[in-house]
Design a protein around this ligand. Structure first.
Ligand SMILES: NC(=O)c1ccc[n+]([C@@H]2O[C@H](COP(=O)([O-])OP(=O)(O)OC[C@H]3O[C@@H](n4cnc5c(N)ncnc54)[C@H](OP(=O)(O)O)[C@@H]3O)[C@@H](O)[C@H]2O)c1
Length: 281
């Protein structure tokens, strides 16, 4: 039985990922914000809910501390939670632009704080969930937080490119198996705001989308058989839907100089330093 954390598993793709892993008899921890949704999901699938707000570093630290006390060992971490296209610039508790803060910096800090548990596992694995839209992303080091110019989709694409750079750099720096995955386009609550016009437009843009359960398949495949440096996504046209398969990330995602720069800034911003590794490759 493996000990597994899935972030953002109270709904959407994370829920279906957690469901499948729990059905296989693993100890699954649903790391999500809201108690009601978190506990309901956990009860349905036979998992445990533990509160985590990736937009609040104090919450991330509390989560990691409690987890290390309770479990000590972590076999698989799935960095899945995310927010998309936040219409107006919002800040996390720590003052980071929300999409960069939650999607990238929150997971950067969480993974770093959980390293002792991942290293205590006989083969610790991390799957980081990105998006096909990472291909449109650019890390704007001069305006990482969109202070000068905020673009809701630009900020999302930047955060998803950051996921790719992080996942690959994590594999290079540690002895962990670090794999990337993206779900294609799936019907979930992602990018919904409650604004009816906008939500209808988003639904229209996802007309050809696959189910959330199908969106979870590349993540599950990455979790089971992915090797360091690999990425998985759907094999259909434009990687929007289909069976899970190995995919290539963008050249920008493989830029090691950018990854190293982003890593140093992420350590600085979060205060989480990865240090040296007992099992570095
Ligand atoms: N759906 C797609 O077509 C698509 C395409 C490409 C990539 N993705 C990626 O797939 C992942 C899952 O998205 P989804 O489509 O399943 O969206 P979703 O249904 O909106 O689920 C996102 C999850 O993230 C959680 N979350 C949001 N903010 C959080 C925070 N501050 N702290 C902790 N958890 C937080 C949400 O839980 P609460 O809000 O309840 O906390 C929710 O459980 C994301 O990384 C997304 O970028 C999705």
């Amino acid at each position: 039985m493996s000990v597994i954390i899935v972030t953002g598993a109270s709904g959407g793709i994370g829920y279906h990922t957690a469901l499948d892993l729990a059905r296989q008899g693993n100890q699954v921890i649903i790391a999500a914000r809201g108690r009601e949704r978190g506990e309901a999901a956990a009860t349905r699938i036979g998992a445990v809910w533990q509160p985590l707000d990736l937009g609040d570093l104090t919450s991330v630290r509390r989560f990691a501390h409690d987890f290390l006390q309770r479990y000590g060992r972590l076999d698989l971490l799935i960095n899945n939670a995310g927010v998309m296209a936040v219409p107006r610039r919002e800040l996390t508790t720590d003052g980071f632009e929300r999409q960069f803060g939650v999607n990238h910096l929150g997971h950067f800090a969480l993974t770093g704080l959980l390293l002792p548990a991942l290293e205590a596992s006989d083969g610790g694995r991390v799957v980081t969930v990105t998006s096909g839209l990472h291909r449109r992303g650019r890390i704007d080091f001069d305006d990482l937080m969109g202070e000068r110019r905020y673009r809701q989709f630009g900020a999302y694409c930047q955060s998803k490119l950051a996921n790719v750079l992080f996942g690959l750099e994590l594999g290079r720096r540690t002895g962990l198996t670090s794999v990337l995955a993206h779900p294609g386009v799936a019907h979930t609550d992602l990018a919904r705001t409650g604004d009816r016009v906008r939500d209808v437009l988003i639904r229209l843009a996802r007309l050809s989308a696959q189910s959330a359960a199908d969106g979870a398949r590349p993540i599950l495949r990455a979790a089971v058989e992915g090797r360091t440096g690999e990425a998985y996504g759907p094999d259909g046209i434009g990687e929007r839907r289909g069976a899970p398969a190995r995919i290539e990330v963008s050249p920008a995602g493989r830029d090691q100089a950018v990854a190293e720069r982003l890593w140093a800034i992420s350590e600085e911003l979060t205060g989480v330093r990865y240090g040296t590794f007992t099992s570095a490759q």
